[in-house]
Ligand binder design. Structure first.
Ligand code: UDP
Length: 415
């Protein structure tokens, strides 16, 4: 499934947002990387934050002149059931992990190790699914290996973590999204926050007409305030909690709820969660549960985020939560749980409102819906924060610096 990007932004298009100096610096760093090939490997091309970022990073780095490739490992549904259990276990959720799970993981790892061609002088391996690729290290003496962890592994199920840590410590370095997400490791760790592309179809400005067209396609009116959560149908994103919070809001404000979701190719739980959400919303008025076809996804998610009065992200656990970054970039007031990378993006009462439970989420949504000026002020602060810290140009810069530091002869230099 290929994403239908309407128009690929060019490097110079970013100058009006981040300034010419930033782009010049990227060009300079790219020159320093000449002759080195970078390879990213993950487990899905579509769905979820990792695919989202790589889709934007790869063309821009190519335009900078960097030799860069993106490959995806293949696994079967049984493997992705196990890796989803591992994902939940790393977040501390109490799924039952049995010996067979580790066997299934290792059997698939054997296959993907055989079929994945390691081409990079530096290889970024994303998340636990492809982590066992490091077993190729023995054969590839000069390759530098980086494990890019997008998950908060600060309080994991120890059995799963111990299994993965044996692989992690084979890498030359690992990257985490927040200092709070890490574990003690014998190998160097780097902090690189995720980022969004302000000019991608997901985030670029859209006309009022375009937004209205998307709203009417899904039968959503502008007459009532719109509260939206965008996320995979995943228990940890708590869409059921969003519905409960919305019911509380609805007693006071005649609002609409829009749940925009999809499922990532490497996430087998989606259908089950979606079914539960539909069950929970039976008889609740003004709820729109949307499954957007992949070919329209980015523009339509963009339009729905822009049409919203409030964006909610009521996750129980999170990685970084790019959905929050996207909403803040669009000048939206955001109510989000104080989990994962969300507090890095939202300072409570300054750039959004943090919540800790269903009732709290409902109260904070009402706070925004009843006070448009307050909502506007926090949204504006949020956008400035994202512009300074979480745009793709910063991410590309840090990836290149990290790559250079690994080839540096002395100790690893500090970013
Ligand atoms: N997303 C999307 N369509 C959907 C649901 C999610 O395009 O129906 C995107 C969302 O806009 C964001 C990414 O998927 O860019 C999710 O990233 P995030 O870091 O929030 O969560 P993850 O899914 O990686 O846990």
């Amino acid at each position: 499934m290929v994403k239908n990007r309407v128009q690929t932004p060019r490097l110079n298009d970013y100058i009006s947002i981040v300034g010419g100096d930033t782009i010049d610096e990227l060009k300079h760093l790219a020159l320093c990387l000449k002759g080195r090939k970078i390879q990213h490997i993950n487990s899905t091309r579509v769905g979820g934050g990792v695919a989202e970022m790589l889709t934007c990073v790869i063309p821009l780095m190519r335009e900078l002149g960097v030799d860069i490739e993106w490959d995806v490992i293949e696994g079967d549904p049984e493997f992705y059931n196990v890796t989803k259990k591992f994902h939940n276990a790393l977040h501390g959720r109490a799924d039952v992990i049995v010996d067979r799970d580790f066997d299934i993981y290792l059997e698939t790892a054997k296959k993907y190790n055989k079929h994945t061609e390691i081409k990079g002088d530096i290889v970024f391996v994303h998340d636990p699914q492809p982590i066992a690729l490091i077993q190729n290290k023995r054969k590839m003496k000069t390759t530098k290996w980086v494990w890019r962890c997008h998950v908060d592994v600060s309080s994991p199920n120890e059995r799963v973590w111990d299994f993965l840590a044996a692989f992690v410590e084979g890498y030359d370095a690992s990257i985490f999204s927040s200092p709070k997400f890490t574990r003690p490791l014998k190998t160097p760790q780097f902090l690189i926050c995720p980022a969004i592309d302000p000019l991608s179809d997901k985030n670029k400005p859209l006309s009022y007409q375009k937004i209205n067209k998307v709203l009417s396609k899904y039968g959503i009116s502008r007459d009532k305030p719109i509260v939206t959560q965008v996320s995979r149908y995943d228990y940890l994103k708590d869409p059921v909690g969003v519905v409960e919070a919305f019911k509380l809001v609805k007693k006071y404000v005649d609002a609409q709820l829009v749940l925009v979701g999809n499922s990532a190719a490497d996430d087998p739980e989606g259908e089950k969660v979606l079914k539960e959400v539909k069950q929970k919303t039976k008889g609740v008025k003004d709820v729109h549960i949307l499954l957007i076809p992949p070919e329209y996804n980015d523009i339509e998610v963009n339009a729905l985020q822009r049409a919203s009065s409030v964006i909610i992200q009521k996750s129980l656990k999170e990685g970084f939560a790019l959905t929050v970054t996207e909403a803040l970039w669009k000048d939206k007031p955001v109510v989000a749980s104080a989990v994962g990378g969300i507090p890095l993006q939202i300072k409570n009462m300054y750039s959004g409102l943090l919540c800790h439970c269903i009732e709290g989420a409902a109260l904070k949504m009402r706070q925004f819906l009843h006070n448009p000026d307050f909502a506007k002020r926090l949204a504006r602060n949020g956008k400035i924060h994202i512009k300074r810290n979480f745009l793709i140009t910063r991410l590309i810069r840090e990836h290149m610096l990290l790559a250079l530091s690994l080839f540096h002869k002395g100790d690893i230099i500090s970013l």
